[in-house]
Each structure stands twice: as structure tokens, then as C-alpha cells.
Design a protein around this ligand. Structure first.
Ligand SMILES: Nc1nc2c(c(=O)[nH]1)N[C@H]1C(S)=C(S)[C@@H](COP(=O)(O)OP(=O)(O)OC[C@H]3O[C@@H](n4cnc5c(=O)[nH]c(N)nc54)[C@H](O)[C@@H]3O)O[C@H]1N2
Ligand SMILES: Nc1nc2c(c(=O)[nH]1)N[C@H]1C(S)=C(S)[C@@H](COP(=O)(O)OP(=O)(O)OC[C@H]3O[C@@H](n4cnc5c(=O)[nH]c(N)nc54)[C@H](O)[C@@H]3O)O[C@H]1N2
Ligand SMILES: [Mo]
Length: 670
């Protein structure tokens, strides 16, 4: 028996980006563990990723190229074909499309790897002049909000939360989705810090905090303005910090003065004491740290909410301390990443293909050719994403994918809802089978993932599939000859010692400990920008659309399930068994008003669609809000539906992002 260990990196879309140690026995991975010597990972992986071998060796793993033989509206049927046939046919079909802008790539963060992500893919799309994709589905509202305020996506060090005396966990179920941050928060708690959770849902994280404030979805901006009102009323402002490092405070102060605690409480659906108490705690505890997460920006006013919250530590001067401030994303610190060297926008040679927003893919696939939109989408190449499950308003997404005249290629590990609607399904390698390099949006280290075993079956890396497609389409630029090793060597500036990264598996970036203690934001003038930030109510709220609210009185949010990662892992039985089945959590009062008993099948519906799930009458739901934990595969759900049946495609105030949690429904027995 031969046993070896290989250094890896968790590829998933998560702030933690863990350093992994992979144990291989007789050329089979038997175990993945968190590396004990990586500070942020501290020896522990989450439950889902510790099942990575089960996912990789899953009986349903795609191991051969498949070609569709059924109609798109019929039950999916495929036959196995050779790689040669698949590549030749796909290349011919793509080449036959006259306007390359009718070819639409669709990808997201199924792997966060810089190589298996957009490196070779970007080169192919740029050389062809294919349509571009606006990758907005997760974080672009908050990202735009942070950038407008600080000049970039920057925040505190995760590890410094351990030294805070107050931690506000705002729009984040850290125990489920950011476990390694929680370790630091827990350390602070043991040392006497107070933890407050702001979330419409009483999550497992809220259970472990000293206080839970259950705001209505999409009202965080109003709460932030209310806190500012109290900072002003009690003279809890750090005037020197504001004078030295903030632009636009006068304008913002006038807005905040219009939000006394009574108005905030009524808007957010909380008590006046909760508003006042939170303001007092935040203003009078040092150091005070805020962990925001993307949950609160999936609403119409998401970008502005992030702006307002990001301004709070500028008003109290919390940034003066390394354990004070705010963290939403730290990805802006990753300066050594040379994106353009990997993706090669120069291959566009001056062309500016149209940009399609991934969050409105349903509308885009159904759009006819027009002067504004350009050509109808004729081909779609999907990799690292499962849009039929995760994109909003899935009735339209499904209808788009069902177009018989659409040529769809899906690179996947599994027969997902999206792969079911493909013309070709191409088997891709997993993180255990390919090389990659990673940055993180939670911590600031870079990591390298070494392949642990050879590709399973006939699986190929994303990069190899795109190389072969480029060759078959007659593209001869040397950019298509780079190996994965060569791509990895191009990924970072000379600040990264690639030799050390290769042997050690991870490297820290030199980042200031208390980055804004003396201002120095990354805006043009170095000052945080407050002008223009304001509360924006949800599209679907009693405030903005009372008629809609009368017909569909319940707000529905669909936050991540702890044992899935978006729609990944839903097909891993041991994890699905923990989640049970698709659930809609509802408060007892709302259930009683509808004569619904715990455990019955219910439908959450609105004008867009109908999602069927098991009702769970639960203290995790506040009155007026139902929680549909996401994101189930439609075909593993009830009646082939998932929660995105009811979400809509309207976009956020900033960043053109989806508004998954800005959604009204009614619920009835199914
Ligand atoms: N286990 C697990 N981990 C994950 C993921 C997963 O699917 N499963 N997803 C990964 C991804 S893609 C991302 S982007 C990250 C971050 O992903 P996020 O989606 O930010 O995930 P969470 O931190 O779970 O938190 C969102 C929290 O925000 C709450 N929320 C919803 N609407 C509002 C609102 O209007 N205001 C406030 N204050 N709170 C609201 C939800 O109830 C939920 O508890 O996590 C990653 N980690
Ligand atoms: N209602 C609702 N919808 C949501 C959300 C929500 O909270 N509520 N969350 C949203 C968020 S935050 C996000 S980030 C998106 C995420 O949406 P996606 O980025 O689509 O994420 P996943 O659902 O995890 O699907 C990723 C797919 O990539 C595949 N994959 C992984 N690695 C590789 C690889 O190396 N090669 C190839 N070819 N394929 C690979 C996986 O098998 C998986 O099927 O979903 C969004 N949708
Ligand atoms: Mo995400």
C-alpha cells in the first residue's frame, strides 16, 4: 500500500478558503482535512467539504462526454460519445454562428480557482469575441457599496475579531457559511465580548449570540441611519476621525436626523429599545467590530445598506483599533493577482462585445434580437455554475434553456438541473484532480492546490477542454498552449514567491494590521465617501407596493442551507440526509392564521411561480417572514421546484445584482 499526502485548497465559494491536506492511498483519496498550520483553517474543515471524497467518487460522477438525444422539453436522454466527436461537433456548431456575440459563456464560482475559473476560458471568449458575462449573482451590490465608500473591497482582518469587545454579526449566518470566522468570534465571546446578530431569521448563529435583532428583510439601511441618529443625539461621534477622513458627513447627518428610533423601529419591525440599545452598545464599546455578509445586500437597496453600515465605524472612529471596523470582503487586498495576464482581454483586439447580466439570464435567453440587445443568444457554454437552479425566476430560466434552437454545452461533475437541459455535457475534473491557485475574500492568504489523483474516468480539466475547443476552432495564439503550471506561474506579481507557495501550499500577503487607523481609504482623495448613501426600500414591500403586499403578504428569504453550498452537495446523500427535505419555516402565528399544521406540504406562490416544500412551524421564522432554505436541485425537490420559482429578476440599486431576498409570497396547503 502506498500512502501520500498532498496540499490542497478548498475550491468553494466561501470566505474561508481553507488549506487542505489530502490523504491518498493506492491512488485513491481517502480523506481530506483542514491544515493545522494554516491560521485561518486551524485544522478544521466544515461538514460539507470533509465529505469531498464522497462527492468526488460519487456513483453519479460524470465520467464521459454525453450528447443529447431527446427534445429539450422531454425527459432528458443522452448517449455517450468520444471526446473527439464532442469537441469537433461543438467547435463546428460554435464556428457556424455568424456573430460571435451570440455565443454566451455562463460561469460563476463552482470553483473559486483562478486557473480552472476564467483563465483559459477567458482567453477563448476574448479571442472569439463572444458575449461577456456580468458576474453579479452573489456579491456585486455589496461590492459596489464598499467600493463607493472605501474605494475598494477592503475590510478588517478576520483574525482580529478575536480581540473585539463587541461583535455585530449583520446579515450573516456565520456558523453555517463562515465557520472559521465564527472561531474568532467565539474566542472574543469567551473573553467577555458581547455578540449581537441582526438577521430576519433566528439562525444557529443568532442562537449563540447574546442578542438577536430580527429585522424585516431589506430594512438594514434604515437601521443604520437610526444608529447614526442616536450617535448624533448622544454626541457619540468621533469628530476628529470624521473631520480627518470622511467626505459628505453633513449631507448624511441631515438624512440620519430624519430617522428617530420610533420611525426605524416601525420600518424594521423591531422595538424602539432594540434600536436604542444597539446604538448604545455600538457607540460605547471599544473595540467594536461588524461582520457583514452578503445576505443583507440581496435586496433592492443592498448597495446602499452596505454603504451605510460601512460608514458606521467611520463615525465612531472604530477603525482606530485593529479589532474595530467592518469586514464584508477582503478581496481588494489581493493586489498581486494579475487577472488580465490570465484572461487576456487584449485578445479582444479592440472589440467590445455586449455584456449580459448573469442574474437576468432568464430574460436574456428569451429576448429576441433587437438593436438594444443585439443578436438572439444562439449558444450557451456553462461551467462552474448551475443557473437553472440558482438564477432568479426559474420559470423563465427553464423556458430559455428549453429553446430547441439554443445550443447548450455544460461542463460539470454531475447531471445537475442545468446539465439536464444541455446538448452536450462534458465531464470536468474536481479539485482533487487538477492544479489551481486561490485568493480569498475572507482572509488574505494565497493558496495553491496540487492535484492529488489523476482525473477520474475520461474527465478533463476546464482548461484542457477550452484548449481543445480553441484548437478545433482554428485558434492558434500561443495563449492556448499554456499548461496549467504555466498559467499558475502567470497568476501573481513577483510579490508572491511561487517556489514557497508550491512547497508550503499557502502564503500570507503583507496587509496592514489596522488598515484605516489613520484614514487612508483607497478612494481618490483617501477619505471615506458618505454623500449619496440612503435607505432604499424593497421593491416588494408594503412601503413600495401596497397592492402586491395585500395579495402576497409574506416576505420570503432563501438563505443558504448549512450542509449545501448553494446548489453544490445537494446530491451528496449523507449531507442531504442531514438537511432532510426542502423546508419552508413559518412563525406559529402566520401558520395559525392560515390553518396550516407543522409538517404539511405547502406551496409558496406569487405571480411568477410556485414552490412546494414541507412546512416547518418554527421559532426560526419571525412573523411576516418565511424562510425557504436554499438552493435545492429542482429535480431533488418536491414537484420539480425550488425556491427560485418565486424570486424575481429585478436588480439592486448598485452593482446590478439579483434581489433574491426581496420577494413577496402567499403560502397555502399544497
Ligand atoms: N454552508 C454554506 N456556506 C456558504 C454558502 C452556502 O450555500 N452554504 N454560500 C457561500 C456563498 S456563495 C456566499 S456568497 C457566502 C455568504 O453567503 P450569505 O448568503 O451571506 O450567507 P450567510 O452568512 O449564511 O447569510 C445570510 C444571512 O442573511 C440573512 N438575511 C437575509 N435577508 C436579510 C436582510 O435583509 N437583512 C439582514 N440583516 N439579514 C438578512 C439570512 O437569514 C442569512 O442568515 O457564504 C458561502 N458559504
Ligand atoms: N434563492 C437563492 N438563490 C441563490 C442564492 C440564495 O441565497 N438564494 N445564492 C446566490 C449566490 S450567493 C451564489 S454565489 C449563486 C451560486 O451559484 P453557482 O455559482 O451556480 O453555484 P453552485 O450552485 O454551487 O453550482 C456550481 C456548479 O459548478 C460545478 N463545479 C464545481 N467545480 C467545478 C469545476 O472545476 N469545473 C466545472 N466544470 N464545474 C465545476 C458544481 O458541480 C456545481 O454544479 O447562487 C445564488 N442563488
Ligand atoms: Mo455567493
Amino acid at each position: 500500500m502506498t500512502t501520500r499526502t498532498v496540499f490542497g485548497a478548498c475550491p468553494h465559494d466561501c470566505p474561508d478558503t481553507c488549506a487542505m491536506q489530502v490523504t491518498v492511498e493506492n491512488e485513491r483519496v481517502i480523506k481530506v482535512q483542514g491544515r493545522a498550520d494554516h491560521p485561518n483553517t486551524h485544522g478544521a474543515l466544515c461538514t460539507k467539504v470533509s465529505r469531498y471524497p464522497e462527492r468526488t467518487y460519487h456513483a453519479d460522477r460524470l465520467l464521459h462526454p454525453l450528447k443529447r438525444v431527446s427534445k429539450k422539453t422531454e425527459a432528458p436522454a443522452f448517449v455517450q460519445v468520444s471526446w473527439a466527436e464532442a469537441i469537433a461537433d461543438i467547435a463546428a456548431r460554435l464556428k457556424a454562428i455568424r456573430d460571435p456575440q451570440a455565443i454566451q459563456p455562463y460561469s460563476y464560482a463552482g470553483t473559486m480557482g483562478l486557473i480552472q475559473g476564467e483563465a483559459m476560458a477567458g482567453r477563448l471568449w476574448n479571442a472569439l469575441g463572444a458575449a461577456r458575462l456580468d458576474r453579479t449573482i452573489c456579491a456585486s451590490a455589496g461590492g459596489a457599496g464598499l467600493a463607493a465608500t472605501y474605494g475598494h473591497k477592503l475590510g478588517m482582518h478576520t483574525r482580529h475579531f478575536a480581540g473585539a469587545r463587541l461583535i455585530v454579526i449583520w446579515g450573516s449566518n456565520s456558523i453555517a457559511s463562515n465557520l472559521h470566522f465564527w472561531t474568532y468570534a467565539n474566542q472574543a465571546k469567551r473573553d467577555g465580548a458581547k455578540l449581537i446578530c441582526i438577521d430576519p431569521r433566528k439562525t444557529e448563529t443568532a442562537d449563540k449570540c447574546h442578542q438577536h435583532i430580527a429585522v424585516l428583510p431589506g430594512t438594514d439601511g434604515a437601521l443604520a441611519l437610526g444608529l447614526m441618529h442616536e450617535l448624533i443625539a448622544h454626541d457619540w461621534l468621533d469628530r476628529d476621525y470624521i473631520a480627518g477622513h470622511v467626505d459628505g458627513w453633513d449631507e448624511l447627518r441631515d438624512k440620519a436626523l430624519a430617522w428617530p428610533p420610533e420611525r426605524v423601529a416601525a420600518t424594521c419591525g423591531i422595538t424602539v429599545d432594540e434600536v436604542r440599545g444597539l446604538a448604545r452598545d455600538y457607540a460605547t464599546t471599544t473595540p467594536a467590530a461588524i461582520r457583514m455578509n452578503y445576505g443583507l445586500q440581496r435586496v433592492r437597496g443592498g448597495g446602499n445598506a452596505v454603504r451605510l453600515i460601512a460608514l458606521l465605524p467611520c463615525l465612531t472612529g472604530a477603525w482606530r483599533h485593529e479589532s474595530g471596523g467592518v469586514l464584508l470582503s477582503a478581496s481588494g487586498w489581493n493586489a498581486p493577482f494579475k487577472k488580465a495576464d490570465l484572461e487576456r482581454p487584449d485578445l479582444l483586439a479592440g472589440r467590445q462585445p455586449r455584456m449580459v447580466n448573469m442574474s437576468t439570464i432568464g430574460d436574456a435567453l428569451l429576448a429576441p434580437a433587437s438593436p438594444e440587445f443585439g443578436p438572439r443568444i444562439e449558444a450557451l457554454v456553462v461551467y462552474n455554475s448551475n443557473p437553472v437552479a440558482v438564477a432568479p425566476e426559474s420559470p423563465k430560466v427553464v423556458a430559455g434553456f428549453q429553446r430547441e434552437d439554443l445550443f447548450t454545452v455544460v461542463l460539470e461533475h454531475f447531471m445537475t438541473d442545468t446539465a439536464d437541459l444541455a446538448d452536450y455535457v462534458l465531464p470536468a475534473t474536481t479539485q482533487l484532480e487538477h492544479l489551481d491557485v486561490h485568493t480569498s475574500y475572507g482572509h488574505t492568504d494565497v493558496l495553491m492546490n496540487q492535484p492529488a489523483v489523476a482525473p477520474l474516468g475520461e474527465a478533463k480539466t476546464n482548461t484542457q477542454i477550452f484548449r481543445e475547443l480553441a484548437a478545433a476552432m482554428g485558434l492558434t495564439d500561443p495563449a492556448f498552449s499554456d499548461s496549467d503550471e504555466q498559467l499558475a506561474a502567470q497568476a501573481f506579481t513577483a510579490d508572491i514567491d511561487m517556489g514557497l507557495l508550491r512547497t508550503q501550499g499557502w502564503l500570507p500577503l503583507p496587509i496592514p494590521e489596522a488598515p484605516f487607523a489613520e484614514g487612508g481609504f483607497r478612494t481618490p482623495n483617501g477619505r471615506a465617501q458618505a454623500a449619496g448613501a440612503d435607505y432604499v426600500p424593497n421593491y416588494e414591500s408594503a412601503q413600495a407596493s401596497p397592492e402586491l403586499a395585500a395579495r402576497f403578504p409574506l416576505a420570503m428569504i432563501s438563505p443558504p442551507a448549512r450542509n449545501f453550498l448553494n446548489s453544490s452537495f445537494v446530491n451528496v446523500k449523507s449531507l442531504r440526509d442531514i438537511e432532510g427535505e426542502p423546508l419552508i419555516e413559518m412563525h406559529a402565528d402566520d401558520a395559525a392564521a392560515r390553518s396550516l399544521a407543522d409538517g404539511v406540504l405547502v406551496a409558496a406562490f406569487n405571480d411568477r411561480g410556485r414552490y412546494v416544500a414541507r412546512l416547518k412551524v418554527s421559532k426560526r421564522a419571525r412573523p411576516g417572514v418565511v424562510n425557504g432554505l436554499g438552493v435545492w436541485w429542482r429535480k431533488l425537490g418536491v414537484e420539480g421546484s425550488n425556491v427560485n420559482e418565486v424570486t424575481h429578476q429585478r436588480l439592486t440599486d448598485m452593482g446590478n445584482a439579483p434581489t433574491f431576498y426581496d420577494c413577496l409570497v402567499q403560502v397555502e396547503a399544497a
